[in-house]
Design a protein around this ligand. Sequence first.
Ligand SMILES: [Zn+2]
Length: 153
Amino acid sequence: MSPARTDHVQIAARLEHAGLRPSAQRVAIASYVLATEDHPSADEVWNRVRVDFPMVSRATVYNTLLAFRDAGLLRQLVLAEGCVVYDPKTEPHHHFVDDDTGAIHDIPWSAIAVGKLDALEGIDVREYMVVVRGRAQSAAATKSRAKVKAKKA
Ligand SMILES: [Zn+2]
């Protein structure tokens, strides 16, 4: 079997395990959205899937993403006003949103500690995440700052 074919068999099995019928369109959508490192919007998923499946409708993609979310395969996040994105990484992690590019990057759970959650009165916390907004420092800027620090020391 070709690698792509093997992937499709594995994805179909994963969908079935999640209680979803692995139709060809669902497998096509899943093979992108469950494997991506990005946090695509539904329209971005649609544009990607249409390359191989020109007949797939926007509504099918939207409904499939909601079915994946309901099955626990994806998380649906609102990280900017009016912008819903999908995240195949379902384990806890935080996010960084780049002011300049709008790009969304994962931050490992262990990198940020949120304190006093237990002290919140009257709230039974189900989940939380930190969304960090700002500008990514370019590698050059980081290096020159390190040099300045080194000179001062
Ligand atoms: Zn994420």
